[in-house]
Write a protein that binds this ligand. Structure first.
Ligand SMILES: *Cc1c(COP(=O)(O)O)cnc(C)c1O
Ligand SMILES: [Zn+2]
Length: 462
């Protein structure tokens, strides 16, 4: 595969590197890296419907995978190197009832349910690609830092394929039990350091630099190649029509970055005729991107981003001891590692950034579930963001919107049960770390004596 290479995203540098190298930043200037392709020398399909044909051949694991079915759009690996466990069998579904609650016309709101992946979150789209690259370079040990889902995903790829040993670093305390249980069950060596996610990531990056361990966080440019496929599947679910908006929660901004790159490439290859707008939704308690973009007016500026401004923002954050705090633990991040790539995505897509409160996140999550899609709190940020953007008149009632539900409901059942029950102890434990919450969509269990009359009364047949 000589038509793929790694390329520095800094336009003043643009250094290129072989795909056989293991890098998570440009050795010359420190910027992030893209995987780039010499498309002129590669067979590119003439239309997206080409990929539909692959369904007829789904006994081939590469054609079955919702990532590698699109391998012509991420051609960095030879077929026999690809590591797949059947990821990406996800679903785009219209949801008019939820749409109506968001002020949308019938036929406008679509949910892209990434909770259906093998480890229950979108991370598998990226991990199949990172694992493939790890295999290409002969890695025997992989690692990541994680708020939970990255570790669950890496652990399942290492466990199922047996190709690598796997070490996951998690912060202390915060990790949702569904996610921690996966890392333990799939057999990852799990290191729980005293500190938060940002601390864990800084540490694992340092360790992977010094030792032969392959890093699978979203600074790994190969991982983001796999995450492009979420966009391809949204288009596929819409019969290859382009939606008006894509709404995604923003944590480390890997998804946002991958979506921007996917759309940029599809447009350049003539496979789509317009680019949808992107809305990235932060939690109010972890709103670095929102603050930098909307308050500090940080922009991509053709790759000449204002690094002084970013540096000042982070040093002020450190000096004041301000740390991310939100119930949506998957997006509880101080320093999003893909910031520059996300700025590029916002630029390409005419994007917007908003932040929503934890109250809005947990209520939106409950509304999504009541309309048939179980997702974890971070995914609830999408619908909270949609409601905000409708109120602000940024999104119109007839716009076609795809919300990316990033993780499964069963990742964080404690929070769900705390929301629905009226047990004050549960509330205190799960719902009060950053404030006092109301639970307007609660569906509490009814406790009754074990006798027919009481039960019938509770059911409402008296
Ligand atoms: C990782 C994760 C996110 C954040 O995605 P980024 O690409 O880091 O912005 C959001 N939701 C869930 C469920 C996640 O696991
Ligand atoms: Zn560079």
């Amino acid at each position: 595969m000589t038509f793929a290479f790694q390329e520095c995203i800094n336009p003043a540098c643009k250094s290129t590197f072989d795909v056989g190298q293991v890098l998570t930043s440009c050795p010359n200037c420190g910027s992030l890296l893209d995987i780039s392709y010499d498309w002129n020398r590669l067979p590119v399909p003439s239309s997206m419907s080409f990929f539909q044909e692959r369904w007829n051949n789904r006994l081939n694991p590469l054609d079955y995978s919702g990532v590698w079915r699109f391998r012509d759009l991420l051609p960095f690996a030879d077929d026999d190197q690809i590591v797949t466990i059947g990821e990406g069998q996800t679903l785009l579904q219209k949801n008019d009832r939820l749409g109506a609650l968001c002020g949308m016309k019938a036929g406008s709101l679509y949910l892209q349910y990434e909770g259906l992946n093998p480890s229950g979150s979108f991370k598998d789209n990226g991990m199949t690609a990172a694992s493939t690259h790890a295999r290409m370079v002969g890695a025997t040990m992989t690692a990541c830092a994680s708020t939970g889902n990255t570790s669950a995903s890496l652990a399942i790829y290492a466990g199922v394929t047996g190709l690598f040993r796997c070490i996951v670093f998690v912060g202390s305390g915060k990790i949702a039990y569904g996610k921690l249980s996966q890392a333990l069950d799939y057999g990852a060596k799990t290191i729980q350091i005293r500190g938060d996610f940002d601390d864990a990531l800084a540490r694992v990056r340092e360790i992977c630099e010094k030792h032969p361990i392959y890093l699978c966080n979203s600074v790994n440019p190969f991982r983001l190649e796999g995450q492009k496929s979420i966009i391809y599947r949204v288009l596929e679910g819409l019969g290859w029509q382009v939606p008006d908006w894509i709404i995604v929660p923003g944590g480390n901004l890997g998804n946002s970055s991958a979506f921007g790159k996917a759309l940029m490439e599809l447009s350049a290859l003539g496979l789509i005729d317009r680019i949808p707008r992107l809305a990235i939704i932060n939690a109010a308690g972890a709103s670095t991107l929102d603050s930098l973009v909307n308050d500090e007016e940080l922009v991509w500026n053709r790759g000449v981003t204002n690094s002084t401004l970013i540096g000042q923002y982070y040093s002020e954050m450190d000096q004041s001891g301000r740390r991310a705090l939100t119930l949506a633990s998957a997006i509880e991040i101080n320093r999003p590692v893909n910031l520059e790539k996300a700025l590029r995505a916002l630029d390409v897509c005419g994007g917007v950034v908003r932040s929503v409160s934890d109250q809005e996140i947990i209520d939106s999550r409950a509304m999504i579930a009541a309309n048939g899609f179980g997702c974890e709190p971070a995914s609830g940020a999408t619908i909270a963001g949609l409601r905000m953007l409708r109120e602000q008149g940024v999104i119109s009632s007839g716009d076609r919107v795809a919300c990316i539900l990033t993780g499964h409901q069963l990742k964080d059942p404690d929070l769900t049960v705390a929301y629905h029950s009226n047990n004050p102890e549960l509330h205190a434990k799960k719902l009060h770390p950053s404030g006092v919450f109301s639970t307007p969509f609660a569906n509490a269990p009814i406790v009754v004596d074990n006798e027919e009359a009481a039960i019938l009364q509770a059911i409402g047949i008296v």
